[in-house]
Design a protein around this ligand. Structure first.
Ligand code: SF4
Length: 358
C-alpha cells in the first residue's frame, strides 16, 4: 500500500484534491481557447475518457472571454493557464475560470501577484504556482531542483502575505532526475497539494515512459495529488497514459485490467489482435464498474497460460483455434477462437449480474 502525503485539501470546481481525495487526472485542450466550439468538442472528448480537470491556454483577451461560453457547455473544472500578462488572469477569473495557473518565471511582480490573489480569493478559486525548470531564475551554486523550490516558496509566501492559501504547486522539469528531486525537496517544505508532471517529454512512446518513471517514482512515495502526462500527441493519449500509471500503482481503478502475455513461438492465435479487440470493447466499462476492479487474463498458450488465467477473475488460455476459459481460478468451458472475445465480455457481465456489451 502506498502511504500518501497528507496535503491540504483544495477545491477546483467540483473536484477536490489533496488529503485522501483521489489523484485527479488533468490534461490540456490543444486548440485555441478562443475557438470555443473546438475547445468544447475537445473537452467533451476528454471528459468522456475520464479527464477530471482541463487546462486552457489563455494568451489573449479573446481566450479569456471564451472561458465563459466554454464553461456553460462542459462539466470539467477549467484552469486558465496564464503567462506574462497578469491582467489575463483577472479576465479569466471574471469569465469563470475554476483555477488559475501562474508561472513564477514570467509573472513575478508582487503588486501584480497581489491583484490576482485578491481576485481569486473573491472568486473562491485556487491558484497553481506552476514552476517550469526552463523559466526558473538560475543562481550560482544552486541546482535546478533547489532553484525551483526556492522560487516556488518565495511565490507562495507572497500569496500568503495577501491572505491567499488556496494554493497548488507544480515543479516540472524536462528531465526525470530534476523533476523527481524538485518534488522530493519540496514536500519537506510545505503541505500544499502537488500537481505532478514532466514537461516536454516528446512523442507518446518515450514521453509516456519518461513520465511514468518520474511521476511513478513520486506517486510510489506518496507524493502527488493531480497528474498530467504531457505528450506530443492528442490529449486523449495523455489521459490513457495517466490512467495506466495510476492503475499500475493501484491508486485508482478505471475498469477491468487486462493482462496478456507477450506471445512467443508457442502461441497459435493472433493474440495481439484479440487483446486489442478486448481493450476496445471494454473501454467504456470503467465508468460503470470503477468501484469494482476486475482482472482479465488473455494468454497465448496452454503451457503457461492457465497459470495466469487462473489468478485472474476471468481468463482465457488459447490453444489452436480455441481457448479454455477460467473463472475465479477454475476452468469453466472451452470457447471458439472466433467467439472468444464475446464470450469473455459476456462472462464479465455475468459476474456483475448485467449485460456490459454496448
Ligand atoms: S503464455 Fe505461452 S504463448 Fe504466451 S509467452 Fe508464455 S509460453 Fe509464450
Amino acid at each position: 500500500m502506498i502511504k500518501r502525503r497528507k496535503a491540504k485539501v483544495i477545491q477546483i470546481g467540483k473536484v477536490r484534491i489533496g488529503g485522501n481525495y483521489p489523484i485527479a487526472i488533468q490534461s490540456m485542450a490543444k486548440c485555441k481557447t478562443s475557438d470555443s466550439l473546438q475547445a468544447i468538442r475537445q473537452i467533451k472528448q476528454l471528459e468522456a475518457m475520464g479527464c477530471e480537470i482541463v487546462r486552457l491556454a489563455v494568451k489573449d483577451q479573446a481566450d479569456a472571454a471564451a472561458i465563459r461560453q466554454i464553461k456553460r457547455q462542459v462539466k470539467a473544472p477549467l484552469v486558465a493557464d496564464i503567462h506574462f500578462d497578469w491582467r489575463l488572469a483577472l479576465a479569466a477569473i471574471d469569465s469563470g475560470a475554476d483555477k488559475i495557473r501562474l508561472n513564477p518565471g514570467n509573472i513575478f511582480k508582487p503588486e501584480q501577484i497581489k491583484e490576482v490573489a485578491r481576485a481569486a480569493r473573491l472568486a473562491g478559486i485556487p491558484i497553481r504556482v506552476g514552476l517550469n525548470s526552463g523559466s526558473v531564475k538560475k543562481s550560482k551554486g544552486r541546482d535546478i531542483p533547489s532553484a525551483m523550490c526556492v522560487s516556488a516558496l518565495e511565490y507562495i509566501r507572497l500569496l500568503e502575505k495577501c491572505g491567499f492559501y488556496d494554493i497548488v504547486v507544480s515543479l516540472k522539469a524536462s528531465n526525470i532526475m530534476d523533476t523527481v528531486a524538485a518534488y522530493r525537496k519540496f514536500v519537506k517544505l510545505c503541505q500544499y497539494p502537488l500537481h505532478l508532471g514532466v514537461t516536454a517529454t516528446g512523442l507518446p512512446y518515450s514521453g509516456a515512459i519518461k513520465s511514468s518513471i518520474a511521476v511513478g517514482a513520486l506517486l510510489l512515495e506518496g507524493i502527488g495529488d493531480t497528474v498530467r502526462i504531457s505528450l506530443t500527441d492528442t490529449p486523449e493519449q495523455e489521459i490513457k497514459a495517466a490512467k495506466a500509471i495510476l492503475e499500475g500503482l493501484g491508486l485508482r481503478h478505471f475498469g477491468p485490467e487486462v493482462i496478456s502475455c507477450p506471445t512467443c513461438g508457442r502461441c497459435e492465435v493472433d493474440l495481439i489482435k484479440i487483446v486489442k479487440q478486448i481493450e476496445d470493447r471494454i473501454s467504456h466499462i470503467g465508468y460503470q464498474v470503477s468501484d469494482m476492479p476486475a482482472k482479465l487474463a488473455v494468454m497465448g498458450c496452454v503451457v503457461n497460460g492457465p497459470g495466469e488465467a487462473r489468478e485472474a477473475d476471468i481468463g482465457i488460455a488459447f490453444g489452436k483455434n480455441q481457448g479454455l476459459m477460467f473463472k475465479a481460478g477454475k476452468p469453466v468451458r472451452k470457447v471458439s477462437l472466433a467467439g472468444s472475445v464475446s464470450a469473455l465480455i459476456k462472462e464479465m457481465g455475468a459476474k456483475r449480474g448485467r449485460k456490459l456489451e454496448r
